[in-house]
Design a protein around this ligand. Structure first.
Ligand code: BG6
Length: 497
């Protein structure tokens, strides 16, 4: 059930009266969270009573915080498109209270402030380093602020591996029951990702073909042109596997591969995703060499602009991967034998997030005598930079060839921006905040999902560590190391580029 479809009665009962953002002066808040709140404000989707309390270490007063928020919105929204009345309304909802998460006295003062401001359910959004999640929850619990009607939103990464994820989840669970813990994967808030759900389960056409009998291979690509953009300290401890694959790519894999849930509701959807994660064939010490590739970019050019390598970006040498490519298998009836190729990398030639499903070839070509090549059909679901669905089909090439039909591959092409031209492009966090404020957990990640994902990823990381291999280099502006090409070509497949 989409948040918007909730009944007025049920939504009033859970709709938050206060959103408290920890890390409210941070980069994520400025680039995404506050602009998302502004977007919801413009569309009249925030309840009139909602208050927003920002907190961070910075010693700001309310006016200082309001000025920071106004500045963030000014940067995010061009003046010509800005709704000044909505911005003023948002600014009037804001309060700020400085606090140090490691100082009991200061947390207690913050909690008193929260107590004064709340007038019903509260959402706590922890946009801080994950090591603070359990201590912040403990402080909220001690102050009596974690009872029913409160929810906590946790940013990724939840930990660094399975053990640390369990420790964080256990710490949070001491205070908040699981159904009040909303783990954010902002990819689930993207319009294109939800469209994948709509495409699969709103159409009867694809389901009969959505299985190993008809699908030859699946590729999921999340390619970025950016480098580490000043986030080197975080990124170097994380790498592409922990930063992107453990969460965003595995979520895309789940939505692509899961069985139809009985309803679009939190339990049904997340139960199906979990089954996919638990069916992933482990890639461990004996198979990392053949099923995985780690890469790191060196100096090169992206979009015609020269860029430094990762170690120059970082200021020191490093063994952290900025690219990962995998050949995964889902061991269940639906997907038996179908490779799922996953890849993600920084400093790729272009920004592109897409899911590519290649169907099996026709069982027999009636055009063989004329030499016409029948290429397999494919479905391409493009999520970024534009939302687009392409169905690749074979068609007759126009002409009067005497030797027989000539064929070409053509695309049935649905450009969703064109189709829904009057609709504003939304930030993923608009969906995330709307659902969190209204208590709908469908597009959030459940504890068992995140832990199953870590378990699978940990085995690969262990395999890499055990082999002692270092990431293979690739020049910035290319599609990753050569070994990534081999990963697919060894099996008669090739990456879509
Ligand atoms: C974040 C990662 O989760 O996702 C970043 O930490 C990455 O490294 C970002 O750049 C990509 O998100 P998007 O929405 O730009 O595809």
């Amino acid at each position: 059930m989409a948040a918007a479809a909730m009944t007025a009665a049920s939504s009033t009962a859970v709709t938050a009266s206060l959103l408290t953002i920890f890390g409210a002066t941070g980069d994520l808040a400025k680039r995404m969270l506050l602009p998302a709140l502004y977007g919801l404000e413009c569309d009249g989707l925030l309840s009139n009573d909602l208050r927003v309390l920002g907190t961070a270490r910075s010693e700001l007063d309310q006016a200082g915080f309001q000025a920071q928020v106004a500045d963030a919105i000014h940067r995010a929204v061009p003046a010509a498109e800005r709704d000044e009345a909505a911005l003023t309304k948002l600014l009037n909802r804001l309060s700020y209270h400085p606090a140090s998460t490691d100082d009991a006295e200061s947390m207690a003062a913050l909690c008193r402030r929260i107590g004064e401001l709340r007038n019903g359910p509260v959402v706590f959004h922890l946009s801080t380093a994950p090591r603070w999640y359990a201590p912040i929850c403990a402080a909220l619990g001690a102050a009596g602020l974690a009872g029913s009607g409160t929810r906590v939103l946790l940013e990724k990464p939840i930990g660094h591996d399975l053990a640390s994820a369990i420790a964080i989840n256990d710490g949070v669970a001491e205070v908040f029951d699981e159904n009040r813990v909303f783990r954010v994967d902002h990819y689930l808030g993207k319009e294109g990702v939800q469209n994948l759900i709509a495409l699969r389960f709103g159409n009867a056409l694809f389901e009969p073909l959505w299985n190993a009998r008809h699908i030859e291979q699946v590729q999921i690509t999340v390619a970025e042109t950016v480098g580490v953009e000043g986030r080197g300290d975080y990124y170097d401890h994380s790498g592409a596997m922990r930063d992107m694959l453990q969460n965003h790519l595995l979520q895309l894999l789940c939505l692509t591969a899961m069985e139809p849930p009985s309803q679009f509701d939190p339990s049904a959807v997340r139960n199906e995703k979990l089954k996919v994660l638990r069916s992933l064939r482990p890639i461990g010490r004996d198979s990392v060499a053949t099923h995985s590739v780690a890469g790191q970019y060196t100096a090169g050019a992206v979009g015609g602009v020269a860029v430094p390598g990762y170690s120059e970006d970082l200021g020191r040498s490093s063994r952290t991967e900025t690219f990962v490519g995998l050949r995964a298998h889902i061991d269940n009836w639906r997907w038996s034998g179908v490779p799922f190729y996953l890849r993600t990398g920084k400093r790729m030639p272009r920004r592109c997030t897409e899911i590519y499903l290649q169907f099996r070839a026709v069982p027999h070509s009636i055009f063989a005598q004329t030499g016409a090549q029948v290429q397999p059909n494919a479905l391409v679901i493009r999520l970024q930079p534009e939302e687009r669905i392409e169905l690749m089909l074979m068609s007759k090439t126009p002409g009067l060839d005497r030797a027989g039909l000539r064929l070409s591959q053509v695309a049935l092409d649905l450009d969703l921006h064109e189709e829904f031209a009057g609709h504003r492009r939304r930030l993923a966090y608009e969906r995330i905040y709307l659902d969190a404020l209204e208590g709908n957990g469908t597009l959030f990640v459940r504890r068992d999902e995140t832990e199953a994902a870590w378990q699978w990823v940990d085995a690969i990381l262990d395999g890499w560590a055990h082999s002692g291999s270092t990431p293979k280099t690739y020049p910035a502006g290319t599609w990753g190391p050569n070994a990534s090409v081999t990963l697919t070509e060894r099996h008669g497949h090739s990456w879509r580029e």
